[in-house]
Design a protein around this ligand. Structure first.
Ligand SMILES: *Cc1c(COP(=O)(O)O)cnc(C)c1O
Length: 394
């Protein structure tokens, strides 16, 4: 929108990443490596918590572990008093191993393995998500009497990485599931939703919150006495387009919630991307710069990292990463950017090419900004023999 604000946000992001830049400059890397600054994780937690009013009766933060499960990140967040949203036994074990209290972990996946439900319940976890009868029946059998919240589908997400219809039940089905949970002896305490990942402006929550509030009030009118509202994630990261400061953004979302829901005893927020994306950069290498023929207008730049080794969110060119090279002061030109694997889907940006220095060549280092979320956790074990993303936490 406003060039000054954009530059300002970019300058702030660059200044915050100075420890990462210094570490990258001082080291060599034999494979793509994600470098995380754990101090930035603590800062980001504080910034979000201030806006959410976490310490003043506002929303509690349950970090969405899948965004980045590095144990050092979990450890820092445990130290900050964060809670956690886990999707599997493995994520639960990770949080417990870093000292998280079981009553501070929610099991938020709506598609759970029965043995994982039993494991969680025996470990002391008492809060589960569901969006279907079969799931509620599994929870009732393996976690009798547990607290559950019903995940609701919201329409018309304005997010850059929307979460589609895979999760949640139709708004018309919510009351029936709440009643079914109660009949099964569970405690249906609330509702959850996800506004869509990378929802760039707080105002974009309005339509979603209107939809959820309508069901919330219908459930209260039906006597369910709901006490828990789980607002999910969606908090954005800076990928080059202006966003609001995390504190401002979170405070604006809380305002929108208060206006629609009134007093809610317990609000949970589950930031993933907004907590960790800006806390890390990937250092990678150019493997090849080529043209398909001498007079081809298109320049292809191949990196040693691609869709299967950390940059999965370039799918449909949804998330547009920013790149830094040692030649950034030189002339730039458009190029098609691709990963190293022998899979033709492993092209990162083609429809909207990226601008990179025309002098870029094989062997040059390339640093990718704001890569702390959904990179290492999406990296394959080693598709095509390329090593999975290495992770270093400062
Ligand atoms: C992935 C996920 C999140 C985190 O979403 P972000 O947009 O990364 O903040 C939160 N809640 C649930 C249930 C999720 O599946």
């Amino acid at each position: 929108m406003n060039a000054y604000v954009t530059d300002f946000v970019g300058a702030v992001a660059d200044a915050r990443a100075r420890n990462i830049d210094a570490f990258i400059a001082a080291n060599t890397f034999d494979r793509p490596t994600l470098v995380i600054d754990s101090a930035l994780v603590a800062e980001q937690y504080d910034a979000l918590a201030r806006g959410l009013g976490t310490d003043n009766g506002g929303a509690r933060i349950h970090y969405a572990v899948k965004a980045n499960p590095a144990r050092e990140i979990i450890e820092v967040l445990v130290g900050k008093g964060s809670r956690f949203d886990a999707a599997s036994r493995g994520e639960i074990e990770l949080c417990l191993s870093q000292g998280a209290a079981p009553e501070h972990i929610s099991f938020g996946n709506t598609v759970k393995r029965p043995s994982d439900i039993a494991f969680a319940f025996n470990a002391g976890i008492d809060l589960f998500a569901a969006d279907a009868e079969e799931e509620l029946a599994k929870i009732a059998e393996h976690a009798p009497g547990a607290r559950v919240y019903i995940r609701v589908i919201v329409e018309n997400s304005e997010a850059d990485w929307p979460l589609s219809r895979k999760f949640g039940c139709a708004t018309t089905h919510v009351l029936s599931l709440l009643g079914y949970a109660r009949d099964l002896g569970l405690r249906p305490v609330g509702l959850s939703f996800h506004v869509g990942s990378q929802t760039k402006r707080a105002a974009m929550w309005t339509g979603t919150l209107d939809q959820v509030a309508a069901i919330w009030h219908a459930a209260q009118d039906a006597g369910f006495g709901l006490t828990l509202l789980n607002i999910g994630g969606g908090f954005p990261a800076f990928y080059g387009e202006e966003i609001e400061h995390p504190t401002t953004y979170a405070a604006a979302v809380m305002e929108l919630i208060r206006a629609r829901f009134g007093e809610v005893p317990e609000i949970m927020a589950e930031p993933g991307r907004g907590m960790v994306a800006e806390t890390g950069k990937i250092v990678a290498e150019v493997l090849l710069v080529s043209k398909k023929s001498p007079n081809d207008l298109h320049r292809w730049v191949y990196l040693d990292i691609g869709k299967f080794s950390g940059l999965a969110e370039t799918m449909d060119e949804a998330i547009r990463y920013q790149f830094q090279t040692a030649r950034d002061h030189e002339e730039t030109g458009a190029c098609i950017l691709a990963g190293p694997s022998c899979d033709s889907a492993d092209v990162l940006y083609e429809h909207r090419p990226v601008q990179l220095p025309v002098g870029l060549k094989a062997g040059d280092r390339i640093v990718i900004r704001a890569c702390g979320a959904y990179t290492s956790s999406y990296s394959s074990v080693g598709f095509n023999g390329f090593p999975p993303l290495d992770v270093v936490v400062l």
